[in-house]
Unconditional design. Structure first.
Length: 204
């Protein structure tokens, strides 16, 4: 009699464990935020319903945590404000003709930006360039192994994070108002809105 009850209890426990495991597996496949109360038709709902976007959200959460750990002795409030601004930008993807592609691109760029700015991935550099034949007109470039590829260029007291763009010849990077194009050993740089192009060569 006790043996029979033991088998019943064991079976119930195994079934309960199976349900818990299934629930945990489902949660692990979702985004880093709760999908319980997201608004239907929202960008958050799209992320919740899409495995690839959910995976990108989990990756961003991990990268953001690593960046926050590095920023805690610098400007943690700035990082938080920037992240809130990014979320708003991601949620504006509903205005895009291809909202899914827009959201995917926003995640990929934000992950790459944090990895580069907080030196969370391998890098090449810094490499120094003299522009327009003037050693004092120096450009310092560090390349980061992100996806998409990024670089941070520094000139004087200013810096620019640039993302690699599709280019027919050579390699081209685009920042907010800056561009850097590599072609046949030269680096051509535009530093600022409508600024003249500079030709920069690697310093000895």
């Amino acid at each position: 009699m006790s043996s029979k009850h033991g088998k019943v209890h064991l079976g119930a426990c195994l079934a309960l464990l199976g349900l818990v495991a299934a629930g945990n597996a489902t949660a692990a496949q979702g985004p880093s935020f709760s999908c319980t109360n997201v608004k239907a038709g929202s960008i958050e709902a799209m992320v919740c319903a899409d495995a690839a976007l959910s995976a990108l959200d989990r990756k961003l959460a991990s990268v953001y945590a690593a960046a926050a750990a590095k920023a805690k002795n610098q400007k943690p409030n700035t990082l938080k404000a920037e992240q809130r601004g990014w979320v708003k930008g991601r949620d504006d993807c509903w205005k895009s003709d291809n909202a899914h592609a827009c959201v995917e691109n926003e995640y990929q760029r934000r992950i790459a930006e944090l990895q580069a700015r907080y030196r969370l991935v391998d890098s090449i550099g810094p490499l120094r360039f003299a522009c327009d034949g003037n050693p004092a007109n120096e450009l310092v470039v560090t390349y980061f192994k992100t996806e998409p590829s990024t670089l941070i260029a520094e000139r004087g007291d200013s810096s620019s994070l640039m993302f690699q763009q599709v280019s027919g010849s050579g390699t081209r990077y685009q920042g907010r108002n800056e561009t850097l194009a590599e072609h046949q050993g030269e680096v051509r740089v535009v530093w600022g809105y409508e600024a003249p192009e500079m030709v920069c060569k690697k310093a000895n």
